[in-house]
Design a protein around this ligand. Structure first.
Ligand code: 13P
Length: 253
């Protein structure tokens, strides 16, 4: 089902106590305002997940997820965490392929395909991230790059699996820079992603997909981004660390 979603990627921020306080504050502001069609997802650091799942238990439209998972289900991989471990902590979602993982941890298309499979096997909803660098946009390769990222990591999956995930378009040049993509540029890419999915899986499947935008979404620009027809919500970094800003962005949905 196509949903409207505001998700907060906390990245490596907040101690456990600070994170639980933030989650409580967000819950107090948004409780009763989320639904099956209009969701909030919190992506805190791993150690917060159990506590946050407890705080959100029983609330409709309120979810939590991991920022990453390993591509195998278990084994001697010191420091890693598997999709099934995330699920056992109460998480329902997982971010796969964030550009910071691609850049700092060398994650490539084949690895991300495997991570997506493990996530789906664990019954987690992957939020699959794609997006081009500044250099790629300046050389007008953005459609080629994003097209490749989704095709290589996702298009081996059967249609019912594609229907059970979300995609986040996050142009790398817009992340943490204060320079968001314009609503038109973001929307153009979202429409492209949807058309690629339609070409592979049919229009009905493509129209059921939630495609989020991420990259310097703030209270001041969220409404114009979310007003675009192919933008179904946002994956928020910096502005998700303040409950008031996160609430204002939710209000823009
Ligand atoms: P910012 O909102 O801080 O630009 O981060 C976006 C992001 O990377 C979300 O995953």
């Amino acid at each position: 089902m196509r949903k409207r979603i505001v998700a907060g990627n906390w990245k490596m921020h907040k101690t456990l106590e600070e994170g639980l306080d933030l989650a409580r504050d967000i819950r107090a502001r948004l409780q009763g305002r989320c639904s099956e069609e209009k969701e909030v997802i919190l992506f805190p650091p791993f150690i917060h997940l159990t506590g946050i799942a407890e705080l959100l238990k029983g609330l409709t439209g309120f979810h939590s997820g991991g920022q990453n998972c390993h591509h195998k289900n278990e084994g001697a991989y010191t420091g890693e965490i598997s999709a099934s471990m995330l699920a056992s902590s109460g998480a329902s979602h997982v971010i796969i392929g964030h550009s910071e993982r691609r850049k700092y941890f060398g994650e490539d298309d084949a690895l991300l395909a495997a991570k997506t499979e493990r996530a789906l096997e664990a019954k987690l909803t992957p939020v699959f991230c794609c997006g081009e660098t500044l250099e790629e946009r300046e050389s007008e390769k953005q459609f080629e790059v994003v097209g490749r990222q989704i095709r290589k990591a996702l298009f081996h999956l059967p249609e019912e699996k594609i229907r059970s995930l979300h995609i986040a378009y996050e142009p790398v040049w817009a992340i943490g820079t204060g320079r968001s993509a314009s609503p038109e540029a973001a929307s153009e890419m979202h429409a492209f992603i949807r058309s690629e999915v339609a070409a592979q899986y049919g229009r009905k499947c493509a129209d059921s997909l939630s495609i989020l935008y991420g990259g310097s979404v703030k209270p001041g620009n969220a409404a114009e981004l979310f007003a675009m027809p192919d933008i179904d919500g946002g994956l928020i970094g910096g502005a998700s660390l303040q409950a008031a800003d996160f609430e204002a962005i939710f209000n823009a949905l």
